[in-house]
Design a protein around this ligand. Structure first.
Ligand code: PMP
Length: 394
């Protein structure tokens, strides 16, 4: 019997063997020719995965929070105004980072599980002049997806730089930096990028780089300062060694392998697969009559789902039983509703078989909790929805 469970949390996820093999290979010097080549390639591929024609990629050792911190530290000067399109815990975190660097923050917020309408965001943009507008593409605390395409267009219309927290979206949800006019997009390695935790990825478009270069005050974080990192990224991309802080050599090798796999699958195929995985889980939860945190179907992300526990069943009742049935899931995160729901991650290399196994384990646990439902209904609904979505989007 396997002594491990299927890891279906919203990051870290299960990783591909080739990625883990790269991570476990003997470490080379950060100025060795094979590392220079791998880092140079990884930067080029990062730009492609973000669907950016002309953005500047920064790949730094750190987590997603460092990616958020870096974007804000380099673009905000004390007194700048920022609009936060708030869909949950990670939008709140972005606001805290903005405030830490001296921004005056305005929120456009919806009740938990909702998202502000485009009209509400437009009204806020009309009222004041904002230097940046931040969007959490998928807020991992609510599983709510934002309409980045429409919001980024709006930011552009009102002269604000758009910063997209894509930690739970990049390489899973459709995100087209150049086509949609997104100024900065960022992510971390451990989610749909499919590399163990430890890398922060930021791509800054031309307007963001211009804004950075026009700063009147120094960047208040020494480590994050693009003035320190830009020459390094440019050097590696032109296949020259350079040093500011030691790069996470093994993680960068692993990133290069994973980005290859992502580009080989093709971004359109990958977005479609994630839509199908999301549709499968949504259909299963509906057939099991489990409510969800996103208050409308079109608000639900495709990279994770957030079902509510049925009446009378708690996290302590359900999740250990799911674990015993072979699948690890995550508890709630949003402070206002933490105990009321759980989270299922379905991104990166996850396939339909993983989703069926997960729904099967949830059914087993629900049965053990004496929850009334038709056994197998969730699995059947997931299977049908996956097939229908894959065919529909072909
Ligand atoms: N933003 C979002 C949307 C996230 O899901 C996360 C992590 N769950 C973060 C930011 C922070 O990333 P990290 O935990 O890697 O610092």
């Amino acid at each position: 019997m396997k002594d491990r469970t299927l890891l279906m949390i919203p990051g870290p996820i299960e990783f591909e063997p080739a990625v883990l093999a790269a991570l476990g290979a003997p470490t080379t010097s950060h100025v060795a020719p094979d590392f220079i080549e791998a880092f140079g390639q990884a930067l080029e591929k990062t730009r492609k995965v973000f669907l950016s024609d002309d953005g500047q990629p920064f790949v730094l050792a750190g987590s997603g929070t460092l990616a958020m911190d870096t974007a804000v530290a380099n673009l905000i000067e004390p007194g700048d105004k920022a609009l936060v399109v708030n869909t949950g815990f990670f939008s709140d975190r972005m606001a805290l980072i903005l405030e830490r660097y001296g921004a005056q923050v305005t929120h456009v917020k919806a009740p938990v599980g909702g998202r502000p309408t485009i009209e509400e965001v437009a009204a806020a943009l009309k009222k004041d002049r904002f230097k940046v507008m931040t969007i959490t593409h998928v807020d991992t605390s609510t599983a709510v997806i934002a309409d980045v395409k429409a919001l980024a267009q709006l930011a552009q219309q009102y002269g604000a730089l758009s910063i997209v927290d894509g930690v739970c979206s990049v390489a899973g949800e459709e995100l087209r930096m150049s086509e949609w006019g997104v100024d900065v997009a960022l992510t971390a390695s451990q989610k749909a990028i499919s590399v163990p935790p430890g890398l922060a990825l930021v791509v800054a478009g031309p307007r963001a780089m211009q804004s950075f270069k026009a700063r009147k005050t120094p960047v208040m974080s020494y480590y994050s300062d693009w003035a320190n990192w830009l020459p390094i990224m440019e050097a590696y991309e032109s296949r020259k060694p350079s040093y500011f802080g030691t790069p996470a050599v093994n993680l960068v090798f692993a990133l290069n392998v994973s980005l290859d796999q992502i580009l080989k699958e093709g971004l359109d195929a990958r977005f479609k697969r994630h839509r199908a995985l999301g549709a499968a889980v949504q259909a299963a939860l509906k057939s099991l009559e489990l409510d969800q945190v996103p208050t409308r179907a079109e608000f639900a992300a495709h990279t994770l789902s957030a079902p509510r526990y049925p009446q009378g069943i708690t996290q302590a009742d359900l999740l250990p039983k799911v674990q015993k049935a072979g699948v690890t899931l995550a508890g709630g995160l949003h402070p206002a509703i933490k105990a009321e729901y759980f989270r299922i991650g379905h991104m990166g290399p996850t396939n339909s078989g993983d989703v069926l196994a997960t729904i099967g384990a949830i059914e087993t646990a629900l049965q053990q909790c004496n929850y009334a439902f038709t056994s197998g209904a969730g699995v059947a609904a997931a299977q049908t929805a996956y097939q229908e979505t894959i065919l529909r989007f072909l």
